[in-house]
Design a protein around this ligand. Sequence first.
Ligand code: DX5
Ligand code: ZN
Length: 231
Amino acid sequence: MTGAANELKGNKDFLLAPSILDADILRLSQDIKKVEDELDWIHVDVMDGHFVPNLSFGPNLVAAVRRGFPDRFIDVHIMVEPAECFVDMFTAVSPDILTVQAESTKHIHRVLQSIRAAGVRPGIAINPGTPVSAIETVLHMVDLVLVMTVNPGFGAQKFLPEAAAKLKELVRFRVVHSLGYLIEVDGGVNADNAAFLVSTGCDVLVAGSAIFKQADPARAALEIRNSAAGK
Ligand code: DX5
Ligand code: ZN
C-alpha cells in the first residue's frame, strides 16, 4: 500500500471505527471511554433528513468529541445534500477525515478539492446501488473510500453482501493505479462478518449497533476485533 493507507494504517491488519450513532447521547463521553482500548477511530455519522431519512449530529457534536478526545482520530461521514453547502462547517471543526457521499452532490470533484484545500483528508462514500465505476475518476483525490453495506440513514440494519463485492474491486483498482486510499466498510458489520471483510482487503471496519447496542460494548468491540484478526 502507498500514501494515506500506509500512513494511517501502519502495520495493523485493520482498524476498528465504532460509530457513535447508536451510543447513549446523554452519556456519549462515557460510552466512548468504554471502548477506548478497542477503538482506532471514532466514526461520526451526520444525517440531514433529506439525503437520508433521519437526522443525527451536527458540527457542534464533532467539535465536542474533538475537545473530549483530542488525540483520537475522528472519522466524520456526512450524509447531507448538497454536500458543498456543509463542507466548510465540518472542516472548521477539524475532523481527521471528512467523507462525503458521491451521490450527494453534482460536483464531487470540487467538493473533494475543497476538503483537501481546507487541510482535511477527503473521503468518498458510495451507496449500495452506486458502482465503483461511478467514482473511478476521483479515486486519486481521496484518502478513504467508504463502501456502504446498508442503505444509509439508520444503524442496526442487515448487512448487504452484494455491496461488499465492491471491496475487491476497490482493492484491485488501488493496485493497478498505485493509489493509496484506505477502504472502509460501513453498515451491518459484526463479529460474524468481520473476518470475511478483512479477508477481502477492507482496511477499516465501522460498527455501530454491534458495539453500542450490546450489554458490554467493550467486550463486543473486542469480539469484533478478535474475529477480524481470525482469533
Ligand atoms: C448508517 C451509518 C453507519 C451506522 C452503522 O447510515 O453510516 O455508520 O452507524 O450502524 P450499524 O453498524 O449498526 O449498521
Ligand atoms: Zn457511517
